[in-house]
Ligand binder design. Structure first.
Ligand code: NAD
Length: 501
């Protein structure tokens, strides 16, 4: 019988077989096209059960000293490391990510756990003595209550760990709704928290679809929602959460450009672009999907060297570490990516390397798209305007750096960008003026480390605070400022109707 991936509520797994799950959906191995498991889709009642469990766990967890909360995270980090092979295998089986890429994702997730281990320091607050005669004032950061996270398929281990470790050490209880396309690694990771000593109910996982998400968005007991996914859904989540009085941060899609200046080290640039454009089949929100070359010489050199470099790339199944990247997530997504490649050619771009329908021996039914290079792309093309989310690098040729920057600034997304150059002045001008949230200088994937925060600008992020790091602590806490006077010296003050100063 096909395994059913259930929900983790109050420390127990429920709905783990066909007979007790309400609705289910197929989970595929994208390398073979086969259905390997089913995932339970939580009903409103199941989500409400999870919220009740998180609500019941909150008062005791809120009072647990931050140092004790951090100790759970220390043990959790060790368990993640001990179980890394299993986690990477689960990611590979459902997402298709090659084992070395999955290990990188897990490592970046663990770094967020390490940051959360600093809870006592992060929650110390601010203190001012003698703000007035015998008066002291301090600000403390209190947990919000029950908070929720809704996550995408492309980083099933890392993106959830952008959220729950920090939310939990800040004293909140958590409900995670992972992607229904590859939920197993996420669920397994959450189960490790119990082994690490987390009290039941502090962390809950509900698998599901829109019904589960809408229940989280409408229930008054949920105080804040963190979302990562595509822009149309991010916008919907942000608007609905706000309308229901919740704090919300909703991270969306991207179109990340690299400017290639005429003075760039072209061999190095090509090596960086190969990994950043095609790694994880381009299914990264920070994938570099557009190279903007300044001057025809840079354009010609880049296209020639990329074409050469792409000859050595290998697309295939996740267990073979010699493969560079795996399949895309679904058949429908494979067709969508292929459609964008076709449309670019139809609209007049040059298909330099066409990766459609690669032959992957033994995996003929997998959802593979090979590395694709498209030259002479223009801003009016559908393939340029949309986020393709596949192993496709498009080249736009411009004459000046100003023109390149204008192109980036005009794009609806503003997640990541980078410049390849040897000119420090140009790089400094670029980083200062570009309208994008995360910027690389000769660094193709400028994903901030765990002790900074992650977030794009424009339609790549709805909300005020970025994910994880210092912004994460602010997002998962509310500030309370206390002002106290102890007139212990016996001083008595007279009545005053003036505003205190
Ligand atoms: P998605 O928007 O389809 O799904 C994300 C989550 O939203 C899932 O949990 C899904 O179940 C839920 N969802 C989907 N449709 C919904 C609906 N109609 N109502 C309520 N909930 C719904 O995204 P995806 O395809 O899983 O992930 C890829 C997208 O995520 C890309 O656009 C990528 O750029 C983006 N992403 C962004 C970041 C970032 O940090 N900005 C990081 C990773 C991925």
């Amino acid at each position: 019988m096909t395994q059913v991936i259930g929900h983790l509520i109050n420390g127990e797994m429920i709905h783990t077989n066909k007979s007790n799950a309400e609705r289910t959906q197929d989970v595929f191995n994208p390398a073979t096209g086969e259905v390997t498991k089913q995932v339970a889709l939580a009903s409103k009642q199941t989500v409400e059960q999870a919220i009740s469990s998180a609500e019941a766990a909150f008062p005791a967890w809120r009072k647990t000293p931050p140092l004790k909360r951090a100790r759970v995270m220390f043990r959790f980090k060790e368990l993640l490391e001990q179980n890394s092979d299993k986690i990477c295998r689960l990611i590979g089986e459902e997402h298709g990510k090659i084992s070395h890429d999955a290990a990188g994702e897990l490592q970046r997730g663990i770094e967020n756990v390490e940051y959360a281990c600093g809870a006592p320091e992060l929650l110390k607050g601010e203190h001012s003595k003698n703000v007035g005669p015998n008066i002291d004032s301090w600000s403390e950061f209190q947990p919000l209550g029950v908070v929720a996270g809704i996550t995408p398929f492309n980083f099933p281990a890392m993106v959830p760990m952008w959220m729950f470790p920090l939310a939990i050490v800040c004293g909140n209880t958590f409900i995670l709704k992972p992607s229904e396309r590859d939920p197993s690694s996420t669920l397994f990771i959450a189960q490790l928290l119990k082994e690490a000593g987390l009290p039941d109910g502090v962390m809950n996982v509900v698998n599901g679809d829109k019904e589960a998400v809408d229940t989280l968005l409408s229930d008054n007991r949920i105080k804040a929602v963190s979302f990562v996914g595509s822009t149309p859904i991010a916008e919907y989540i942000y608007a609905t959460a706000n309308a229901n009085g919740k704090r919300c941060q909703a991270l969306g899609g991207a179109k990340n450009h690299a400017i290639v200046m005429p003075d760039a080290d072209m061999d190095n640039t090509v090596n960086q672009l190969l990994g950043a454009a095609f790694g994880s089949s381009g299914e990264r929100c920070m994938a570099l999907s557009v190279a903007v070359t300044v001057g025809d010489e840079a354009g010609d050199a880049l296209v020639a060297k990329m074409t050469e470099g792409m000859k050595g790339l290998s697309v295939g199944e996740h267990t073979n570490a010699n493969n560079d990247f795996g399949p895309v997530i679904t058949k429908a997504h494979q067709e969508k990516v292929n459609g964008f490649i076709a449309s670019a050619a139809q609209q007049g771009a040059t298909l330099v390397v066409d990766g459609r329908n690669p032959v992957v021996k033994g995996f003929e039914n997998g959802y593979f798209v090979g590395a694709t290079l498209i030259d002479h792309v223009t801003a009016d093309m559908a393939s340029y305007q949309a986020e393709i989310f596949g192993p496709v690098l498009q080249v736009i040729r411009v004459k000046t750096m100003q023109e390149a920057m204008q192109l980036i600034n005009d794009h609806e997304y503003g997640n990541g960008t980078c410049i390849f150059t040897r000119d420090g002045e140009a790089a400094r001008y670029f980083s200062d003026n570009i309208q994008v949230g995360m910027v690389g200088i000769n660094v193709p994937l400028p994903v901030p480390v765990a002790y900074h925060s992650f977030g794009g600008w424009k339609r790549s992020l709805f909300g005020d605070l970025h994910a994880y790091g210092p912004d994460g602590v602010r997002f998962y806490t509310k500030r309370k400022t206390i002002t106290q006077r102890w007139p212990s010296s016996g001083i008595r003050e007279g009545v005053s109707f003036a505003f205190p100063s």
